[in-house]
Design a protein around this ligand. Structure first.
Ligand code: GAL
Length: 643
């Protein structure tokens, strides 16, 4: 259940054996290595130095550790960048992003594909059957440091190729992009330009295609690595370590090639990254917000088709957020158990030992900088290692009653055309998720197009393009469906549908959106009826043939109901959202257990886990005997019991 990220190349070889022994003593069974080691594996072209990795793998395996090997493509070495300057990415301002940190490559470069295939094949051949090797990680964190999109000459070349395949003729391209507008029509595919450095806004359909193109490239690039690995490394699984709050590419598509998903969990760092209010940031600064880790566990369980790991777990303060507090005592343990509660197969900490050198010297590890001495986080891991026996056999995570449909393209579309600058897709999803979790519910994320049949309640916070397959799954759904704003507001070419939004959902919602408004921060519209609160950020004026359950202050419908389908025509504030979720859950017959804002529950089979992110104790429900933890749940602690 526990793992750790280790960099043998950072430490004197004399320390490896003791490191491996101490890992095992701590209860660690998996070790991830190698993902940044290219310059040590191939110091210059075709001059390989595998001896050290051979020995490191042998030492780790001899200690009984199971090895996950990373392909080293996140860090192309200097000689390669010098030799092949066409691999470097460009930022949106058209500037080169060069050597000196990591991820200095663009997915568009054919040279880069060739070089990646070469190094992956060499490594897969050499280590693919190593007895200690159980799995692979491709690359490291696609998209990290804003590297999904690149804006250079290689990107233009590949984009043109992609467009030719997609549209066949410039007539079709011009039609799809509405290029007659502002005389943007193109006579040949050679006329295509990247949608940056324009005088004002570039065409949104072009931008969406540019985003789709990059997303497709990542999936294809990852598949290329997977195919090579599978050829030379039978019976080993492959994963990729995805990130928190990064939706720049379609993770579902990348994971189609993987055996399981994994993600890198830095709950406190993400408090700074997510657009929380200052008050919320201060409140959750040292524990993280109680839904941040959980939201991603549930998302990546879906991405991994039921299987996921936490590949990197924050073990103490990190170095990369604007402010980096120490997690309150107990949090490293709590996050570990929480991942398990959500179905993680393994929780692996980043990293074994804090590096006293280079960029991440202020990033905690399980051991103090350069030393063989557990850090405070390391001591908590020791405790988890000792506690594991209590839950030796874990029931599998059964299907939740609530589905949240998550759609990467809606993130891109609303970034491209926010209309109101605080309409943020991920934030909307997160707030809907939070409101459901405050009701004590388990939630499954669902990929658009996947069956929704077995769910009692299905929420769709926003889905800009409703494709036929998704519309069909909604029509087949027996559960209650709650549809949010901007759903069906664009067709596949980023046009407003002929029948007006929600386009393909007009029939099942009974609605037609006639006008929309984005609201600046101090503007809101009161909503009253069977639910009440306020609309903030976004309001839709709809015509409806459905029952109106609540209205805006000007009398327009805010929440409508047609049979099992509810439509919410705004971005709700906290009160309205809570009311809508309770209403929807009740209509769906889903049993709720309202919780204080610092407590979360998660059921896994017949086990219930409770987590306390707050500052007060919380009494467990009457009659419960915890297998782990106390009846009075202290701050930063957890309890598990059998229902
Ligand atoms: C992750 C990355 C690691 C390390 C870590 C620091 O994003 O995969 O290599 O940089 O962050 O928190």
């Amino acid at each position: 259940m526990l793992g750790v990220c280790y960099y043998p190349e950072h430490w004197d070889e004399a320390r490896w054996t003791a490191d491996a022994r101490r890992m095992v003593e701590l209860g660690i069974s998996y070790v991830r290595i190698g993902e940044f080691a290219w310059s040590r594996l191939e110091p210059s072209r075709e001059n390989f130095a595998f001896d050290w990795l051979d020995r490191a793998m042998d030492v780790l395996a001899a200690a009984g550790l199971k090895i996950v090997l990373g392909t080293p493509t996140a860090t192309p070495p200097k000689w390669l960048v010098d030799e092949c300057p066409d691999i470097v990415p460009y930022d949106q301002e058209g500037r080169q992003r060069g050597f000196g940190s990591r991820r200095h490559y663009t997915f568009s470069s054919q040279t880069w594909w060739r070089e990646s295939a070469r190094i992956v094949e060499i490594i897969a051949k050499r280590y693919g059957r190593h007895p200690g090797l159980v799995g692979w990680q491709t690359d490291n964190e696609y998209g990290c440091h804003d590297t999904t999109l690149s804006w250079g000459p290689e990107d233009l070349k590949s984009f043109k190729r992609w467009l030719r395949l997609r549209y066949q003729s410039t007539d079709q391209l011009n039609e799809a992009w509405g290029a007659v507008f502002w005389s943007m029509e193109l006579q040949s595919f050679d006329d295509v330009r990247l949608p940056n450095l324009t005088v004002t806004e570039a065409n949104p359909a072009t931008r969406l295609d540019f985003w789709r193109f990059h997303s497709d490239q990542i999936a294809a690039y990852d598949k290329m690595q997977c195919d090579i690995i599978r050829k030379h490394s039978p019976a080993r699984w492959i994963t990729h370590n995805f990130m928190g709050f990064v939706s720049d590419f379609d993770h579902f598509k990348v994971a189609d090639n993987l055996d399981l998903a994994s993600w890198d969990s830095y709950p406190i760092g993400f408090v700074e990254k997510f657009p929380f209010s200052e008050e919320e940031r201060a409140r959750w600064a040292e524990t993280s917000h109680p839904d941040i880790a959980a939201y991603h566990h549930d998302l990546y369980r879906a991405v991994g088709k039921g299987r996921f790991w936490v590949m990197e777990q924050q073990p103490g303060p990190v170095n990369w957020a604007p402010w980096n507090p120490i997690p309150k005592p107990g949090m490293v343990r709590l996050w570990t158990w929480e991942a398990v509660a959500h179905g993680a197969e393994v929780v692996s900490y980043f990293r074994w030992r804090q590096a006293p050198f280079a960029q991440e010297q202020m990033h905690a590890g399980l051991n103090l900088p350069g030393r063989d001495e557990l850090s405070p986080g390391g001591l908590e891991v020791k405790q988890v290692g000792e506690e594991r026996a209590v839950l030796e056999t874990l029931p599998s995570s059964d299907q939740a009653s609530v589905a949240l449909v998550f759609d990467y393209q809606s993130y891109w579309s609303t970034m491209i055309q926010p209309h109101g600058q605080d309409f943020r897709y991920e934030e909307l999803c997160f707030r809907w998720y939070e409101a459901l979790r405050r009701l004590g519910l388990n939630i499954d994320f669902v990929r658009p197009g996947a069956s929704l049949k077995a769910y009692s309640l299905i929420v769709v916070p926003c889905m800009t393009e409703v494709c036929d397959v998704f519309a069909a799954t909604l029509e087949e759904a027996d559960g209650v469906v709650l549809v949010g704003p901007r759903t069906g507001s664009r067709d596949r070419h980023f046009c407003i549908p002929d029948n007006l939004p929600p386009g393909p959902l007009a029939e099942i919602t009974g609605n037609r959106v006639v006008q929309v408004a984005s609201l600046r921060p101090n503007l809101q519209k009161r909503v009253d009826g069977q639910v009440s609160g306020a609309a903030v950020r976004w309001v839709e004026q709809i015509e409806t043939s459905s029952a109106v359950l609540a209205r805006f202050e000007d009398g327009h419908p805010a929440l409508t109901e047609k049979e099992n389908v509810l439509y919410l025509a705004c971005w709700p504030d906290t009160d309205l959202l809570a009311g809508v979720m309770s209403f929807a859950a009740k209509k769906a017959g889903v049993e709720t257990r309202p919780l204080p804002d610092f407590i979360r529950l998660r059921r896994r089979g017949d086990l219930t886990f409770a987590f306390n992110y707050g500052t007060e104790t919380w009494p467990l429900p009457e009659g419960v005997t915890p297998l782990l933890g106390e009846r009075r749940l202290a701050p930063q602690s957890l309890a598990v019991w059998r229902e």
